[in-house]
Design a protein around this ligand. Structure first.
Ligand code: SF4
Length: 249
């Protein structure tokens, strides 16, 4: 899965750009997902969902075309990404994360300095004078520019694991990400293999394919994330004692 971050300050056009790029990529028959970061609390107001959210930590809404699950708690992007199986992940917000490339959405000359962390593929904005003065590379209001930006995303987006293991020879994922952006390295340099979940039955390790590993991981996360005082879940050790014989006795 590849990822691109879209960052910028309020009213810089991030959402409009994310939607336009999602449309372009989907038109090319890629499977695209969007994850948006918000500093505002989730508010479903006085809807039925909003009323349930006040009472319980888990709420789901099922319609004839969509499904929505709301889990209360503090989640980070790495915990959420495994739920997705897209070709391209568009990440709106997430300014401070440093393991995928970014597009900077600029409203004026001063913002590039504030937003730049060495992971930007290019800059864009809505103000034609910024383009004329070469402050930004692309105009997000121009169809032609959207197409060019999308082509760059297809070629250059990537997602590193943020495991910071050092196996690539770089100090952390951010350093390799910067080297990839500069064209000095490729994403294949990352040799980290994520173990989604490890299960032993009576001391013997059970071999799981990636689909099953992700499925078990998602189920356990869904069960455990709402619980309090159980510590971090990123390297959780869980003891399960089970009677799995056919008999109910
Ligand atoms: S090998 Fe991969 S996970 Fe480890 S530091 Fe390098 S980029 Fe990060």
């Amino acid at each position: 899965m590849k990822a691109i971050g879209i960052v910028g300050f309020k009213k810089s056009g991030k959402t409009a750009l994310a939607a336009a790029m999602a449309r372009e990529l989907s038109n090319k028959h890629y499977r695209v997902a969007v994850i948006k970061h918000s500093s505002e609390p989730l508010n479903h107001g006085r809807t039925d969902t909003g009323k349930f959210m006040l009472e319980v930590p888990e709420v789901a809404l099922i319609t004839s075309t969509h499904m929505e699950i709301i889990w209360k708690g503090s989640w980070d992007l790495k915990q959420v990404i495994p739920f997705f199986s897209a070709d391209f992940l568009i990440l709106e917000g997430f300014k401070s994360l440093k393991y995928f490339p970014k597009i900077l959405c600029l409203r004026d000359d001063s913002e590039k300095k504030l937003l730049s962390d060495g992971l930007e593929l290019f800059t864009c904005g809505r103000d034609t004078s910024l383009k004329e003065r070469k402050v930004i590379d692309y105009l997000m209001t121009e169809e032609k520019d959207i197409k060019e930006m999308t082509e760059l995303i297809e070629q250059k987006s990537f997602l590193l694991p943020d495991a910071n293991c050092g196996k690539c020879g770089y100090e952390n994922c951010y350093s390799l990400a910067q080297a990839i952006i500069k064209g000095k390295e490729s994403v294949q340099k990352c040799s980290y293999e994520q173990e989604y979940i490890s299960i032993k039955v009576n001391g013997k390790k059970v071999e799981l394919n990636q689909f099953m590993a992700k499925l078990y991981q998602s189920l356990l996360r869904g069960m455990l994330a709402p619980l309090k005082d159980i510590g971090p879940l990123d390297k959780a050790a869980i003891d399960i004692k089970a009677n799995l014989s056919d008999s109910d006795q």
